[in-house]
Design a binder for this molecule. Structure first.
Ligand code: AMP
Length: 324
């Protein structure tokens, strides 16, 4: 097993990533590559629990790949691949599901949430923690960055790995640790959590002109231009401090001095965003226009991931008695 520890991040391709995804998920996940041998995968099998439009799914996979690459994912130093390119994961999910009590899945909170909303969840949603466990265990993952909402699923992964090891041999699977990530909450233009479904998102790679329009649409207080204003707790300021502390400090000082309106503050936020995203935006559009190149990056990533996956599956098949 490799001496450097492995971290794994899954990305569900359900929409074009927005600024909340960039600040809350992409940037923190890319920082992992400084400490770990980092693997990133685009979870198209997971997306099938909700997506019914094949073209939308194919397109989202490219959107996500281009976004992460343009945001700084280095495909030579890390591994980026598409989940379904390694069908071994579904075989491992089956083996794991045979080690899990159905009660454990029934207590899964995304399944329970779906039941509460009377969504009549499909079996994919019920089984999703098993596929997630297989994603993690297939690649000998040591560290999984998880938000608080995913802690329960990681516990299930640890349980099932420990159980399989206990029954079939201690060295079969690596039991992973959770790295609890305190992802910042990114607010949308209406001042509530930025979310695709709420239509309050700031697109990551919109043109400069559109970006400015989105920034100018952020809700603010109605103080007069002359009034001295408190920056903390306002959407414009909080967003700015997540993008560029230097721009945020300037904004805070000017707001506190008075004669500085919210329109001026938004202009500072726009400049901070444009400085952060301008080059990446160009990179994104060049990459997104070249699906052959994206396919090649993903195929190369899959080939390298397969080396680890096949070794894991050889241990698993041998341990449980599918091979000798
Ligand atoms: P989603 O866009 O709902 O598929 O979210 C994908 C990931 O992006 C989440 O697991 C979060 O880590 C991150 N994310 C999405 N929206 C936000 C937000 N408003 N603030 C912080 N992180 C977010």
């Amino acid at each position: 097993m490799p001496r450097v520890k492995t971290s794994l991040t899954g990305i569900k391709p359900t929409h074009v990533p927005h600024l909340g995804n960039y600040l809350g998920a992409i940037k923190p996940a890319l920082r992992l590559a400084e400490t770990y041998r980092s693997i990133y995968f685009i979870a198209d099998l997971h997306a099938l629990t909700t997506i019914r439009d094949p073209e939308a799914l194919r397109s989202s996979v490219y959107d996500v790949a281009a976004t992460w690459l343009a945001s700084g994912l280095d495909p030579d130093k890390t591994i980026l691949f598409k989940q379904s390119d390694l069908p071994e994961v579904t075989e491992l999910a089956w083996v794991l599901s045979c080690m899990l009590a159905t009660g454990q899945l029934m207590r899964g909170h995304s399944y329970k949430d779906a039941l509460e909303k009377e969504e009549n969840p499909n079996a994919g949603i019920f089984n999703y923690p098993v596929l997630m466990a297989a994603d993690i265990l297939l690649y000998d993952t040591h560290a999984v960055p998880v938000g608080k909402d995913q802690k329960q699923h990681l516990e299930l992964t640890r349980d099932v790995a420990a159980r399989l090891n206990h029954v079939f041999g201690e060295d079969t699977l690596v039991v992973p640790e959770a790295v609890i990530s305190e992802a910042p909450l990114v607010l949308g233009t209406d001042g509530t959590k930025m979310s695709k479904s709420k239509g309050n998102g700031i697109p990551l790679f919109a043109s400069k002109k559109k970006l400015r329009k989105f920034v100018m649409s952020i809700k603010t207080g109605s103080e007069t231009l002359e009034e001295k204003k408190k920056a903390e707790g306002t959407t414009v300021y909080e967003l700015c401090s997540q993008v560029s502390p230097a721009h945020a400090a300037e904004m805070k000082e000017k707001l506190a001095a008075g004669n500085f309106g919210w329109g001026h503050a938004k202009q500072i936020l726009f400049e901070a965003l444009d400085a952060e995203l301008g080059d990446k935006r160009d990179g994104y559009h060049a990459l997104r226009a070249d699906e052959d190149k994206l396919d090649a990056v993903l195929a190369d990533g899959a080939e390298r991931a397969r080396v680890v996956a096949q070794a894991t599956m050889a241990r698993v098949r041998n341990a449980v008695g599918l091979r000798r």
